[in-house]
Design a protein around this ligand. Structure first.
Ligand code: ADP
Ligand code: MG
Length: 505
């Protein structure tokens, strides 16, 4: 936690957003002890507690607690850290007196060498305080911290020997949870299976993250073999499979940052994102960017922070942001609509992308680049940007084979070359839909699907590409020079150019 740095630098107003009160407070107490600061913790029910001496002063009004900051510190009165719990509930009421008092206190605190620290599960500062209070990033528990929780649970459940491997994979499964959530997951595992079961713990984590509405753990069941075509893209991924291993880290290899995949709907972008996690052997987290921005105004910054904290705790992992333009489409016009929140949050996301040192591999997909802010496409954010075009004939053939196999049939029973020829302009998703249609026909007639079923289904499918011809051309033009081609329908000898700063346009 960078609380130490902020305290040393004399910041008068800090805030920590976390629902783990006990853990945060223990850590704050440790930092204060280190820096020889006196920690006074206030809550409306307990009043003011001197955490070192255990002395309690009744003080139901936060205004009275703030008064403490008015006293200058001397050599014999230490610098204070006044921790205020749930002050948000008071701030929500927009009480002018409290706001004014807080601003006064912060100014005095700066002069007096004290600090106000807000702690709560959410933070939505009124404009009056936006620039007065700095949010301290708070990380989720490390494996070592979770280990303490796990050992405690194992002890209290009087479990017999728990093997080292089991222990490790239980911790691995719990990464990304708060201590309380991890404790619950461990306990549930013991109740359900009378043992520590990493699968149950992982399932509980998936449920917990899903409830937050921002992140979802997706089982990574597909691999690169499930993707037809996209040869360049698959090769690129193939070349980075080992990059997250400890060996790569020891070698000094920087962890790959991520990938942006742009292309028409149905061309296999989402499929590739999922297959990336499968190929890398990493957990897959899907982020709903729309939800990060879509929530209560003011909450989006906290949302993003929480997403980053979770992904970094689970790292190495793949963070998949599907149809990213949907989340960011507001950030262009945001200045007038939401007081600049989206562009600020968007800015923090970009700087995280650029500076992150934790191995979180971001795979973003986009159907419509026109909605993406140009800063996003600037060099340095992603390792590479790929453009997925409509599949060529050879690629369509591969997709047919994969799709036929996916539905439990044998590609050799069909003339895949003829099928590939017959479906020009079809995307992978459309090929799959046609095959499913044919399966339905055949099932109704109580037989196996035939090429005729497939051809018939094809005949009444109008590929999307036909309907949006103009848009495809525009996208291709845009992609030229800025992105690499994901497929290689036109094999080139030399390595295609890396993306160019579109800002120069
Ligand atoms: N290149 C491909 N290879 C194999 N299957 C594909 C391919 N492209 C699309 N599909 C099939 O179509 C489905 C939808 O594709 P998807 O990845 O969601 O497209 P996008 O995200 O580009 O809109 C996939 O789940 C897969 O079954
Ligand atoms: Mg998709």
């Amino acid at each position: 936690m960078n609380l130490t740095t902020y305290l040393q630098a004399g910041y008068p107003g800090l805030a920590i957003v976390s629902s783990e009160e006990a853990r945060v407070e223990a850590e704050v107490a440790a930092v204060c002890a280190d820096l020889e600061r006196k920690l006074l913790a206030w809550s409306s029910t307990e009043g003011l507690v001197d955490t070192q001496e255990g002395r309690v002063t009744p003080c139901p009004d936060p205004l009275d607690a703030l008064e403490l900051l008015d006293t200058p510190f001397h050599t014999d009165t230490p610098r204070l850290v006044v921790l205020l719990r749930d002050l948000q509930l008071y701030l929500d009421q927009n009480d002018p007196q409290l706001l004014r008092r807080l601003k006064d206190s912060l100014r005095l605190a700066k002069g007096n060498g004290h600090t106000v620290l807000l702690l709560g599960c959410r933070l939505k500062l009124p404009p009056e305080l936006k620039h007065e209070i700095t949010v301290v990033d708070y990380q989720l528990p490390s494996p070592e911290e979770l280990q303490v929780v796990l050992d405690g649970i194992i002890q209290s459940a009087e479990l017999k020997r728990v093997s080292r491997e089991l222990h490790e994979s239980a911790l691995q499964s719990a990464l990304g949870l708060t201590t309380t959530e991890a404790e619950n997951a461990f306990a549930l595992s013991i109740i359900e299976s009378k043992d520590i079961d990493p699968i149950i713990i992982a399932r509980e984590k998936a449920n917990t993250l899903k409830r937050s509405g921002l992140l979802e753990v997706i089982p990574a069941t597909t691999g690169l073999g499930d993707i037809g075509g996209l040869l360049n893209l698959k090769e690129w991924l193939q070349g980075r499979i080992g990059a997250f291993h400890t060996r790569a880290v020891e070698y000094g290899l920087p962890a790959p940052k991520g990938l942006l995949i742009v292309g028409l709907p149905g061309t296999g972008k989402s499929l590739t994102a999922k297959a990336t996690a499968g190929a890398f052997g990493l957990p897959l987290l899907r982020l709903d960017m729309g939800r990060v921005f879509g929530g209560v105004v003011g909450q989006s910054e906290a949302n993003l922070r929480s997403v980053i904290a979770t992904a970094e705790a689970i790292a190495p992992c793949v963070l998949w942001i599907d149809e990213i333009e949907k989340g960011f489409s507001g950030s262009k016009s945001s200045g007038s609509t939401d007081g600049g929140t989206s562009s600020r949050v968007f800015g923090s996301f970009l700087s995280w992308m650029q500076e992150k040192d934790k191995p979180v591999f971001v795979v973003a997909t986009a159907n419509d680049v026109a909605q993406l802010p140009p800063e996003f496409l600037r060099k340095g954010r992603f390792d590479e940007m790929f453009f997925v075009d409509l599949p060529g004939e050879a690629e369509r053939r591969q997709i047919w084979e994969i799709v036929i196999r996916r539905y439990g049939r044998t590609p050799a029973d069909f003339d895949c070359t003829a099928l590939a020829k017959a479906c020009e302009q079809f995307t992978g998703a459309e090929i799959e839909a046609v095959f499913i249609d044919a399966l339905h026909e055949a099932f109704a007639a109580e037989r196996e699907p035939t090429e005729q079923d497939i051809t018939a289904a094809m005949a009444h499918t109008v590929p999307l590409a036909k309907l949006m011809d103009g848009r495809i051309e525009a996208l291709r033009q845009w992609a030229k020079g800025r992105t690499r081609e994901a497929g290689n329908t036109t094999p080139s000898r030399s390595r295609p150019a890396r993306h160019i700063d579109p800002g120069a346009n």
